[in-house]
Design a binder for this molecule. Structure first.
Ligand code: NAG
Length: 185
């Protein structure tokens, strides 16, 4: 192999690292009442309660001094977000960002439990004035809620020190000690 070919191959390798931004998860700001969310928005879960059946995308919202991983969904023709953290639940939030990627094969959901954060977890949010990173997590459940059966892969926020994945299912706070975490490979 000639020296110039070696140099060329090295340039390709360096580019894979430096120019690899397209493989990243990016955060798209969705203006209130926007008709759609971008192509490549990251699907995280779903909720089916026989009346509604909708997809949950990975999002995040600002809330006081926190940025909190959230679930993004379209309900009554409007895109909105919901989240749960500690004892707080909010739904119907119209100011949010949604995660998007051009290369979904670089994004995976890795199982973990009891506050564990798998290697490569995407840093989604931040809590307590910067002292703790929050991650996007999800958990499967099929609760009876308000007299109806719900089947859900709920999308929420992993707070490692709390050792659970916080989510909300139709406005009710849920905590899961076993969950999956959004990871970038
Ligand atoms: C807002 O909605 C329009 C129309 O559906 C769409 O073309 C555009 O990509 C959306 N903007 C974002 C940031 O998703």
């Amino acid at each position: 192999m000639t020296l110039s070919r070696v140099a060329g191959l090295m340039a390709i390798y360096v580019c894979c690292f430096v120019c690899g931004a397209r493989e990243d998860v990016r955060w798209e700001l969705i203006p209130p009442r926007n008709a759609s969310i971008p192509q490549g928005s990251l699907l995280g879960g779903y909720l089916d309660n026989n009346e509604w059946n909708y997809f949950l995308y990975v999002g995040r919202v600002f809330f006081y001094n926190n940025i909190i991983p959230a679930a993004v969904y379209s309900h009554d023709g409007r895109w909105q977000a919901s989240f749960a953290l500690d004892g707080t639940v909010r739904t119907g939030i119209t100011g949010f960002e949604v995660a998007a990627t051009d290369r979904s094969e670089f994004v995976r959901w890795v199982p973990a439990a009891n506050g564990e954060v798998p290697q490569g977890a995407v840093q989604v949010g931040i809590a307590a004035g910067g002292s703790e990173v929050l991650y996007a997590c999800r958990a499967y459940d099929d609760p009876q809620q308000g007299g109806v059966s719900v089947t859900v892969m709920a999308v929420g926020a992993l707070r490692p020190t709390a050792k659970v994945c916080f989510t909300t299912i139709m406005g009710t706070l849920k905590k899961y000690p076993t969950y999956e975490v959004l990871v970038k490979s």
